[in-house]
Design a protein around this ligand. Structure first.
Ligand code: NAD
Length: 318
């Protein structure tokens, strides 16, 4: 059974419920179904969200602890699992969340065999490889939100510094969704202007080397900063997830830095990390070989090496 526009969200925590809220408000999906093992929590979130539906168009929200409710979903976004504690790296979460994924994913695929599966649970790159080990789905049908959120953070910071709309900033963070991620500054532009040529009203260069280093560090440390202040990041990842779902449901073929298992990408094989990719109704339709300078290529290799080691550790724990 294939139901266009049915979005299943696994996990009704901070991220899952924010994704549901974003998807409802943006009309990303016709039906939103939320599943969580915590019945009281998921029932309460569904009720609270449902009470707002008279204010939004025709989308519906249902859910509970019955996994059969996700049957026929066209997109399944997985947010269930333990979350990053203050001071904890995303990779430290790996074993716990890999265990949850191993027990859950086959059951999800059984109920929604035609869906595109999007992993948000961290460490999302490692879990993407574990998911690829677990189920035999066509290439591109399992991927993670990767650095879509980190890229939004970077574009917002650049837009703020330049005094332009974030939609006019063309820049991406790629690699691991985590400590080894990095910006592709060499190809970044504001409108048509290369980032390193952008000047302010006094004709002064805005994006000096120091400024770019600061922006990078602000993006890489953003999650820890938010977690230290409020315990979780939820709104921007909710919106990131909704945007990915829209790209799938509308077959947009949007270019997004999502994370899929790479096969011979610039020498990287069998590791999932984010690179600009075309996202449409089949999930990741194509991974793009985008321009990178030598420094960035080195960072990509370093990020792939870090993730390869993390995947090996998690696999060894099986
Ligand atoms: P949370 O603790 O608020 O919610 C997690 C939910 O998962 C809980 O409601 C829990 O009951 C549920 N759950 C646990 N095991 C389950 C199972 N087997 N089946 C169904 N539900 C189960 O956590 P959160 O803040 O919503 O974060 C969720 C995940 O998203 C974390 O791993 C976090 O690190 C990750 N995250 C990823 C990004 C990203 O950019 N990829 C951004 C933010 C958060």
């Amino acid at each position: 059974m294939f139901s266009p526009g049915k979005l299943a969200i696994i996990g009704a925590g901070s991220v899952g419920s924010s994704l549901a809220y974003a998807a409802l408000i943006r009309n990303s999906a016709r039906d939103v179904v939320i599943y969580d093992i915590n019945t009281a929590k998921v029932d309460a979130e569904v009720l609270d969200l449902a009470h707002g539906t008279p204010f939004i168009g025709s989308s519906s929200v249902t859910g509970g602890s019955d996994l059969d409710k996700i049957s026929g979903a066209q997109a399944v976004v997985i947010t269930a699992g333990a979350k990053q504690e203050p001071g904890q790296t995303r990779l430290e979460l790996a074993s716990v969340n890999a265990g949850i994924l191993r027990s859950m994913l086959p059951q999800l695929v059984e109920r929604a065999p035609d869906a595109v599966f999007v992993l948000v649970t961290n460490p999302c790159d490692v879990l993407t490889v574990i998911a690829d080990d677990l189920v035999d789905l066509p290439a591109g049908r399992v991927f993670s939100s990767g650095t879509v959120l980190d890229t939004a953070r970077l574009r917002w910071l650049i837009a703020d510094a330049a005094g332009v709309a974030a939609s006019s900033v063309h820049a991406a963070i790629i690699g691991e969704h985590g400590d080894s991620e990095f910006p592709l500054f060499s190809a970044a532009t504001i409108g048509q202007t290369p980032l390193d040529e952008w000047v302010d009203a006094d004709d002064e260069l805005v994006f000096t080397r120091e400024r770019l280093e600061q922006l990078t560090s602000d993006v890489v440390n953003a999650a820890q900063r938010i977690i230290a202040g409020k315990g979780a990041t939820n709104y921007a990842i909710g919106l990131s997830g909704a945007r990915i779902v829209e790209a799938i449901f509308r077959n947009e073929r949007s270019i997004m830095p999502v994370s899929s298992v790479l096969r011979g990408y610039r020498g990287i094989d069998g590791v999932a990390l984010s690179v600009p990719s075309i996202v449409g109704s089949g999930g990741v339709e194509r991974v793009l070989d985008v321009p990178m300078d030598e420094y960035e290529q080195g960072l990509l290799r370093t990020s792939a090496d870090a993730l390869r080691a993390a995947v090996a550790t998690v696999r060894a724990g099986i």
